[in-house]
Design a protein around this ligand. Structure first.
Ligand SMILES: [Zn+2]
Ligand SMILES: [Zn+2]
Length: 372
């Protein structure tokens, strides 16, 4: 039997056992080393987002940022993925069809026959183990895998997910390259990952904003290579950016703050004429009232960031493996399966005294119960 954490209702996760899935020629089984947790896990746990917000929400195994060791694999799957038992892999969240026009032209995040995604499928769909909050996760034949070196600590290697987002948003969508000045709104794990990606791409001035309560994250941003940090609830972001850029504004703004709408307007004001804005912070049901003349008159490019693609994950893994950045400092701690709900609360900042940048569930690492 396989032990898994199952979300059964908002703010309720319980441990359950499922039969170990049988592996055929095209699929596989992953022994989970670590599964990262992000803001969307928090909102799903609170019943505000995705599968967690459905009426009569189905029971499901959460966890869409899995890293693990190939435990068992079918012959054709081994050939297709180029892996064998014992290899360490990172698994992408989206399971696309690999056959439709979108998939075949490399836009697999736009796949119209998506086979779903990890961390959202109900346990009533065989073989139930569709998420990373479990000792083992089933590997669907259409999964996308990335090999990762095995000598790195799991808490470091599992950063492939937030760092993949940093690479995708800063360099692919933001176009950051040698000398580009960047403003990153929000110092969460993806904001910090964007600092690293921007630095790796050779960015010029890098500026990061946060709130007064984010002091530790802003210090980490500086350690990762940010030149300036702005405390947005104590000073004006736009004034500070103007001062730091001699009045010109920055080339690129990455807007990563959850829920808050003000930073979107700050982005429009802080970017230079002809600059670029990447919107990646979801605002829930709120709309932003903005003057579109600003976009026209400043000749701006505004890009929406949905998902992370294969190339960005690969690049993120190379950055982690290079050892050039003290990325391990971003991973705060691992939690046992029994502490999954607590881990999500810790990431959300709801556990006094447990400030966390990045946390992961580590189902097989024998963390003593209650150890954080
Ligand atoms: Zn995530
Ligand atoms: Zn497709």
């Amino acid at each position: 039997m396989v032990l898994a954490a199952v979300q059964t209702a908002p703010r309720r996760i319980e441990l359950r056992e499922f039969p170990r899935p049988a592996v055929g020629p095209d699929d596989g089984l992953l022994r989970i080393e670590a599964c990262g947790i992000c803001g969307s896990d928090v909102e799903t746990y609170h019943g505000l987002l995705g599968v967690g917000a459905l009426p009569d929400a189905p029971h499901f195994v959460p966890g869409h940022e899995p890293l693990g060791i190939i435990e068992e694999i079918g012959e054709r799957a081994a050939t297709r993925w180029g892996v064998e038992p014992g290899d360490r892999v990172a698994v992408e969240v989206v399971v696309s069809c690999r056959r439709c026009p979108a998939c075949l032209t490399g836009r697999y995040l736009s796949c119209s026959n998506r086979r779903g995604a990890y961390g959202v499928r109900p346990v009533t769909q065989e073989p139930a183990l569709w998420g990373g909050f479990a000792e083992y996760m089933y590997l669907h034949p259409d999964s996308a895998l990335h090999k990762v070196r095995k000598d790195l600590p799991a808490g470091l290697a599992v950063l492939f997910n937030p760092l993949g987002a940093g690479v995708r948003w800063a360099t692919d969508l933001g176009g950051v390259r040698l000398g580009t000045s960047v403003l990153i709104l929000g110092p969460g794990q993806r904001g910090l990952a964007s600092v690293v990606a921007a630095r790796a791409a050779g960015a010029g001035t890098v500026i990061v904003t946060g709130l007064a309560k984010d002091a530790a994250k802003l210090a980490l941003a500086r350690e990762f290579g940010a030149d300036h940090t702005i405390v947005a609830d104590e000073e004006s972001t736009v004034d500070a950016v103007r001062e730091l850029t001699g009045g010109a504004g920055v080339d690129v703004v990455l807007e990563l703050t959850p829920v808050a709408t003000r930073p979107v307007l700050d982005a429009l004001s802080a970017v230079r004429h002809g600059g670029r804005i990447v919107l990646a912070g979801l605002k829930g049901k709120q709309s932003v009232e903005l003057n579109t003349d600003l976009v026209v008159n400043k000749a701006l490019t505004v890009v929406g960031a949905f998902g992370v693609d294969y190339a960005a994950y690969d690049e993120a893994i190379r950055i982690i493996e290079s050892g050039r950045y003290p990325l391990a400092k971003m991973h705060t701690r691992g939690y046992s399966l029994a502490d999954a709900g607590h881990a999500i609360d810790a990431l959300a900042g709801d556990v006094p005294g447990e400030e966390a940048v990045h946390v992961a569930i580590m189902p097989n690492s024998n963390l003593p119960n209650g150890s954080r």
